[in-house]
Design a protein around this ligand. Structure first.
Ligand code: SAH
Length: 210
């Protein structure tokens, strides 16, 4: 099986076939080589539509969920984006393709370093990687036009709401340990409006305000 054929199948079946419509998102998913963000043992599954282990008991997210979260951010190209949970750096690469710049926080230094290497090898320099607790956001560079959280929270961390720009969008899985609902939260005239996107299952957001 060639990776290119697997990737074409992913784009057609798992993304377009399941309702991803944003052509910019599909193009970005076509450009970014997912195999470069996973280890040697998983190469054959690089474009399978599921999460894969990346070390530190964490996973690279399922391609469909990456596409859905990215599409929900409605990126036009110049946004200042905060990502919580760098993990492998794959989602970071997709965001870098579609936004102005990305600040990405990861609590495991080892994963952040691995992700940094993969991103540098592919010339993704518009992402700043930070090791720390993303539940506190990153006030230094706030406000953010978009915030994407790739780990499950019991409740939405207040710092992230504070650091969201007016008209901004925050995408976050909220719920229990086993099951959550992916939420899109918008700040409209200072009021928070929340919309459920889909049921999902993420690794937990571990931090002071998670
Ligand atoms: N989008 C990533 C998904 C990574 S899984 C990818 O596709 O590879 C979620 C990540 O969130 C894990 O790496 C985990 O270590 C990280 N994480 C969990 N809680 C966190 C926190 N409070 N701050 C920063 N990162 C956190």
């Amino acid at each position: 099986m060639s990776l290119q054929r697997d990737k074409d199948f992913m784009l057609r079946q798992h993304l377009a076939g399941r309702g991803i419509r944003d052509a910019r998102v599909l193009d970005a998913m076509a450009r970014v080589p997912r195999e470069r963000f996973i280890d040697a043992a998983s190469q054959g599954s690089a474009y399978a539509d599921r999460a894969l282990p990346i070390g530190c008991e964490q996973t690279i997210s399922q391609p469909y969920i990456v596409a859905l979260m990215t599409e929900s951010l409605a990126l036009r190209g110049d946004e200042h984006v905060l990502e919580i949970g760098t993990g492998s750096g794959y989602q970071t690469a997709i965001l870098t393709e579609l936004a102005g710049d990305v600040v990405s926080i990861e609590r495991h230094a080892q994963l952040s370093q691995q992700a940094g290497r993969a991103l540098a090898e592919l010339d993704y320099y518009r992402a700043k990687l930070i090791v720390g607790d993303g539940t506190l956001g990153w006030p230094l560079e706030a406000p953010y036009d978009r915030i994407l959280v790739a780990a499950a929270a019991a409740t939405v961390p207040p710092a992230l709401i504070e650091q969201l720009a007016p008209d901004g969008i925050l995408i976050i899985p909220v719920g229990g340990r086993e099951r959550q609902v992916l939420q899109a939260i918008r700040k409209v005239f200072g009021q928070m409006k929340s919309e459920a996107i889909t049921p999902c299952r993420f690794v937990p957001l571990v931090g002071d305000a998670g």
